[in-house]
Design a binder for this molecule. Sequence first.
Ligand code: MEV
Length: 309
Amino acid sequence: MSSSASAPGKVILLGEHAVVYGKPAVAIAIDREVRTTVEDSDVLMLNGSTIDLEYHPHIEHILSKYGDMKVSITTDTNLPPSSGLGSSAAFSSSLICAMRMRKNLKFDVMEIAKESFETEYAVQGRASPIDTYTASLGNGIVLNCPDGLGEPIAEVTKNGNAWKVSRIKVPDMTLVVGYTGIKSNTGPIVERVRRFMDKNTFAREVVDEIGNITEEGIRAMTRNDLSKLGDIMLKDHKLLSILGTSCNELNKLVDAAMKYSYGAKLTGSGGGGSMIALTDEPMKVAEAIILHGGLPFVVRTNPKGVGEV
Ligand code: MEV
């Protein structure tokens, strides 16, 4: 028996890191994805090799929930791994969907999103639902959306934080991703921000400020005011840099892209990974990214979330 599912990657337009503490964030599912196939097997395999579950906590968390550890899992993706583009959440959502198909459970996107978030939370130590709900639901997702702007679809609570999950209509925007080629590992970066905040009132004020400008940015996006949205993206990048989540390579790509963009910023956890630029001149931005050592690609909004393939 074989079951296959896919889920999209994402870019966070505004609000990463602060969203872990219940602030708003907005993410867009992109036209790059992870496909996962689950088949019968005598032993647990990943992409043709046996694996040690100690090094694959997502797989352990998901398979043990379904009580089915002897499967062969095959993945295929056009997302660079650990690039800040949500490959981990897309893998979790697609594996959960494929396991549910294997168990003849009905397709329930909200249940997949919830299980995917529980998996990321357990593995990462601390996480918000932004990556997993975007990978599961597709299109534009806002957490803690200003009233009246999105369509609320779920409430998620964890360890004293609460997030209202809403769908939002995303205007036509051209976004160029610049991948630094440096792998970013979300868990340790989130943990570093937490330590900074525990010790420092100033860091907590930066997180509050990210929350405030994210709200403003969401309003600008819904009015299609790309110039205002771009200004806020750059401001967000500066605040994220103060939190210690940027690096020289990301700063160089953001600087280079700004010449032809409304705005640019790191996206996802940072510390490497990727940046995004909002622009009307994607080819010029792509050239600038190449010249400064990055790998560019243009992304489009993906209306599709997780599903059978
Ligand atoms: C990672 O894509 C986004 C972070 O805010 C972590 C999270 O929300 O779980 C850095």
